[in-house]
Design a protein around this ligand. Structure first.
Ligand SMILES: Nc1ncnc2c1ncn2[C@@H]1O[C@H](COP(=O)(O)OP(=O)(O)OP(=O)(O)O)[C@@H](O)[C@H]1O
Ligand SMILES: [Mg+2]
Length: 213
């Protein structure tokens, strides 16, 4: 099977694209060969990579203009996972990467403005008939077993829009921020902590979605 191309996209800045890429990427690397491509001129993923002490997952900076070619080359690796961390806009190169994706992950903070801003990316993905999964990020913590009202409202909005949403929301947690400065994912920074648990459930679902016919 050729590599699975996982494009993490949202035109909304700060929605959690890079955090999802590196945390899911480290989990993916436990399952198979994994490559992370940073095509965002901000270079946030490379900032993390430079602080990282282990070589895996392989993380490369790619020019937006060369992204298509890099994805085509990466795709030839059998049974691998290729994550593409994109900049916060839907320009032609990002659209082109989305077109090459096996799944598009769209991180969204559960606020009205963020939902509104994510719609453009979701519409684009829908127009391409692409497998898409919204990941709710930086969420308020649940109370007892009930998800926070903002998270439930976001789920209701996405249900109306007909968008698939990851069953597990990612909560706003200090470990997600702190781990980046030490070049780690939460899997390594706080193994079996709550953020690790959340990202692992999301990664499990991404793998299920990739297998869905
Ligand atoms: N679950 C979380 N808990 C706490 N902080 C978070 C969480 N997810 C992301 N952040 C923080 O929010 C900020 C934005 O996250 P991130 O850089 O992943 O977003 P992005 O979508 O890649 O941003 P950009 O659009 O600028 O590329 C970062 O400081 C990050 O550490
Ligand atoms: Mg980013």
């Amino acid at each position: 099977m050729p590599a699975s191309i996982i494009v993490v996209a949202s035109q909304k800045g700060g929605s959690g694209k890079t955090s999802c890429t590196l945390n899911l990427g480290v989990l993916a690397a436990q399952d198979g060969k994994t490559l992370l491509l940073d095509c965002d001129p901000q270079g946030s993923l490379m900032y993390w990579r430079e602080r990282r002490e282990t070589p895996q997952p392989e993380t490369l900076s790619v020019r937006l203009s060369q992204l298509d070619q890099s994805i085509l080359m990466a795709r030839t690796q059998p049974n691998a996972y290729v994550f593409v961390d994109t900049p916060p806009h839907n320009d032609a190169e990002v659209s082109s990467a989305m077109r090459m994706a096996d799944i598009i992950l769209v991180p969204v903070r559960p606020t009205g403005l963020d939902l509104h801003a994510a719609e453009a990316t979701l519409k684009l993905a829908a127009a391409m008939a692409k497998r898409t999964l919204v990941i709710l990020t930086q969420c308020h913590a649940p109370r007892l077993i009930m998800e926070a009202p903002s998270v439930r409202q976001a789920r209701a909005v996405f249900a109306v829009l007909g968008c698939r949403v990851a069953e597990q929301a990612i909560i706003h947690r200090a470990t997600v921020e702190q781990s980046v400065a030490s070049g780690m994912a939460v899997r390594e920074f706080d193994p079996n902590g709550p953020a690790d648990h959340e990202f692992r459930l999301v990664w499990k679902q991404v793998k299920r979605e990739l297998l869905r016919p």
